[in-house]
Write a protein that binds this ligand. Structure first.
Ligand code: PGA
Length: 237
């Protein structure tokens, strides 16, 4: 059975002390983590430390960045390139709606970033809220086989998630456009609604914002995902 993708998106939150505490907490459940595909996306300042902590602790956690420069390299003060991120991480979130709405990220910049990430052998997690953004990606990059996070605007940070059925319908539409991509759902996911999403045929995992910062909350999500996977296996027997 394929592992569920569980992305922890810390956004503009998190200090070194919080990261230490999070890792210590998560490390208590190594088995549960390795039964899933856990991707920790802290702020850029913590990427290198997070990478060291998971390697030194032998933790089966992948590290992701939340953004990348839209330029390959050059005189762009404050920007960080795909190649630089690749030293510490293997995933990068692109086109989050918070960046599309507040930081000028467009379909064209998303496509550019995806191209640089491919070249640096990083896996992109492209966030979309509408099918039109997926079509734009196809028109701009052609094929795409990484991860797409469907995140409806009304659901992000509101405590008001989409219904699992609706999210699955969207995931199906996305897979019609990019059959080899894995679609995950994001927007007010917590341990009480996780099950509904992970049970959907077309949904391969979740992207968690608010509930991912606290290690104990996130661990509950990881445990729930394991529990669901093991009960599926039992039912299949
Ligand atoms: P949320 O954030 O889980 O706090 O709604 C989701 C996201 O990062 O997109």
């Amino acid at each position: 059975m394929s592992k569920k993708i569980l992305v922890a998106n810390w956004k503009e939150y998190g200090t070194k002390a919080q990261l230490d505490a999070w890792i210590n907490q998560i490390a208590l459940q190594k088995q549960a983590i390795s039964d899933n595909k856990v991707i920790l996306c802290p702020p850029l300042t913590l990427l290198s430390i997070a990478s060291d902590l998971v390697v030194n602790g032998g933790l089966p956690i992948s590290i992701g960045a939340q953004n990348v420069s839209r330029f390959e390299e050059g005189k762009y003060t404050g920007e960080v390139s795909a190649e630089m991120i690749a030293e510490f991480a293997s995933y990068v979130i692109v086109g989050h709606s918070e960046r599309r709405q507040d930081l000028g990220e467009t379909d064209a910049t998303v496509a550019k970033k995806v191209t640089f990430l491919n070249a640096a052998k990083l896996t992109s997690i492209v966030c979309v809220s509408e099918v039109s953004q997926v079509i734009a990606l196809r028109n701009l990059v052609g094929t795409y086989e990484d991860i797409i996070a469907y995140e409806p605007l009304f659901a992000i940070g509101t405590g008001n998630p989409d219904t699992p059925e609706n999210a699955s319908e969207m995931a199906k539409k996305i897979k019609n456009i990019f059959p080899n991509t894995q679609v995950i759902y994001g927007g007010s996911v917590d341990d009480s609604n996780l099950k509904g999403f992970l049970q959907q045929e077309h949904i391969s995992g979740v992207l968690v914002g608010n509930r991912s910062l606290d290690g104990s909350f996130f661990l509950e999500i990881v445990r729930q995902a394991c529990f669901l996977a093991s009960s599926k296996v039992k039912n299949a027997r």
